[in-house]
Write a protein that binds this ligand. Structure first.
Ligand SMILES: [Zn+2]
Length: 545
């Protein structure tokens, strides 16, 4: 792509022996993300690539009669297209059209919304997604009894917003063949009442008991969900996403039709490493739109579900310190094999013990497989033992984190892990100071795929309940420019694509966003209210406000 653009430029140059002409020029204040030229006044674009970044006069030279001029207003800021390093993209698209429970503040509201939504879908249709949060009403888990009478005609299987537990109603239990005598599942929890009866909440691996009864979506439904997801993130300035396993066929269908508007880095789950290795052998790693090559797995669960693995017990449930959902010996074996096949491994680890164990495995595999540019990633990396922070840079392991989770979990995390462990929770500043390549994302559907909210979260650490106006664990706040880098150039590095995107420089893809305000000078508390005015991918407009 890069080469193509320069060939066109050369041809244009030699044909008329004047200055070559751009298809588009963009004028305005630019934060380029390139440390050699941090600020610019404009850029010129030929095809899908940037051919010039510089001051207004340098860019004007590229203007010909056919050149489209994109002018921005005083006070706007142009930044590289945001890269979201952690999404469940198609699931996010599905969630957009399902019942919305994220901001249900009371059990009554929760029940009322499910009842209203059930009225809108055909009898017998499963109601899924939901993204409820029991912390909104003090932490009491919902039960199937809350919703059975209003959902008699619909099986319900709705997840907590972290995706680590879900609630089934009685109709869903029946279809899944789950009764009160169901046996416990390794790496999961079946919540039971005092009498031992199943309440309807299933955590982590126990969720498979119900998952297997939910009908697979059709290709057409998946295509629609992907379309919805692409539009939704374009309006938030996102031009690339790293998808956490699955839906490869859906992405390939869209790519084949030429309808991708978001660049996607896709992959499979780690145990499928052989399948992915073979696919790459026959089809290659893809192109600038759809790149394959990552493998995702889990060490533990989540903090909100009390299933993240810690060295010491939780403060609010002193006999419990979480658990591993995958045995370390199995993880080690799969990571070593996948790494030998040249694939990138990214593993979810949240509790300090899970992160420590995973760093040990990565270290071991590197020792055995030898030096290579492998870029192992730890997804979430939420609660790091202080001694492990420097190991990220030492072992060149990428912390792939989601700042929005910090201002969400920050409301109640100290109740669960106490103050001391909170000090290195979402340790953005410590990781940057220790030279780790901190990459940011959202974890959508779990959290909103809105980079400006993520940047706001990383720089203010103001929890969603507004109880920490100076920031929750303010020592870990970072600067706006550092947060921008984590959503752009460091995020591009996390998928081996820093040579083609992540900053606005000559030869890179013309993926950029126009923001309503200059977030580098704005009071940080206002960043979350800033609008995205325009989003361009490969020089093409995909969103305009
Ligand atoms: Zn996730």
């Amino acid at each position: 792509m890069k080469l193509g653009a320069f060939v066109i430029v050369l041809v244009a140059f030699s044909a008329c022996s004047k200055h070559p002409v751009a298809d588009k020029v963009v004028l305005g204040k630019i934060w380029t993300g390139n440390p050699e030229q941090q600020w610019a006044e404009g850029m010129a674009i030929v095809g899908d690539s940037i051919v010039e970044v510089g001051n207004a006069q340098e860019v004007e030279k590229w203007v010909g009669p056919e050149t489209e001029k994109i002018t921005t207003a005083d006070g706007n800021l142009i930044v590289p297209g945001f890269i979201d390093c952690h999404v469940h993209f198609v699931e996010g698209g599905f969630a957009l059209s399902s019942v919305q429970l994220r901001d249900a503040r009371t059990p009554d509201e929760f029940i009322r919304r499910i009842a209203a939504y059930a009225q809108t879908v055909a009898k017998g249709t499963w109601i899924t997604s939901g993204d409820w949060d029991h912390e909104n009403w003090g932490g009491t888990l919902p039960t199937r009894e809350w919703i059975d009478s209003i959902t008699v005609d619909h099986p319900v299987w709705i997840n907590r917003l972290d995706g680590h537990m879900s609630l089934a109603n009685t109709a869903a239990l029946k279809l899944a063949g789950v009764t009160n005598s169901v046996k416990d599942v390794d790496g999961g929890t079946i919540v039971r009442d005092k009498k031992g009866n199943v309440t309807g909440v299933f955590k982590d691996n126990a969720m498979t008991l119900i998952n297997k009864a939910v009908p697979e979506p059709s290709d057409e439904q998946e295509d629609k969900a992907l379309e919805a997801a692409m539009s939704y993130v374009a309006a938030r300035g996102v031009t690339s996403v790293h998808n956490m396993s699955g839906y490869e066929d859906t992405f390939e269908r869209a790519h084949g039709r030429g309808t991708l508007r978001t660049r996607i880095y896709s992959g499979m789950s780690l145990p499928q490493w052989k399948e992915l290795a073979e696919k790459i052998k026959s089809k290659g790693r893809g192109d600038n739109w759809l790149r394959r090559g990552n493998l995702k797995d889990f060490v533990d669960g989540s903090l909100g579900s009390h299933t993240a693995a810690f060295f010491k017990p939780f403060d609010d449930t002193p006999r419990d310190s979480g658990f591993f959902v995958t045995k370390p010996s199995i993880l080690y074996h799969n990571i070593k094999s996948a790494d030998s096949a040249g694939l990138q491994v990214m593993v979810h680890a949240i509790g300090d013990k899970a992160i420590h164990e995973l760093l040990d495995i990565f270290e071991q595999v590197e020792k055995e497989n030898g030096e290579r540019d492998r870029r192992f990633r730890i997804e979430h990396a939420q609660h790091i033992a202080p001694a492990d922070i420097k190991r990220f840079a030492q072992l060149k392991v990428i912390p792939s984190m989601q700042p929005y989770h910090a201002i969400d979990d920050g409301r109640w995390a100290e109740k669960v892990i106490g103050h001391e462990r909170s000090m290195t929770t979402y340790a953005f500043k410590s990781l940057i100071d220790a030279n780790a390549n901190l990459a940011f994302g959202s974890d959508w559907f779990v959290a909103p795929p809105t980079p400006l909210e993520g940047i706001y979260a990383a720089v203010t650490r103001r929890t969603l309940d507004e109880k920490n106006p100076e920031g929750w664990i303010p020592e870990q706040k970072i600067t706006v420019e550092d947060a921008l880098r984590s959503y752009t150039i460091r995020a591009a590095y996390a998928s081996f694509e820093e040579a083609i995107k992540g900053s606005l420089e000559r030869g890179k893809l013309a993926d950029f966003v126009v923001l309503e305000k200059d977030i580098t000078t704005l009071p940080t508390a206002e960043i979350r209210n800033v609008s995205v005015l325009m989003t361009y991918v490969g020089g093409k407009s995909i969103f305009k406000k």
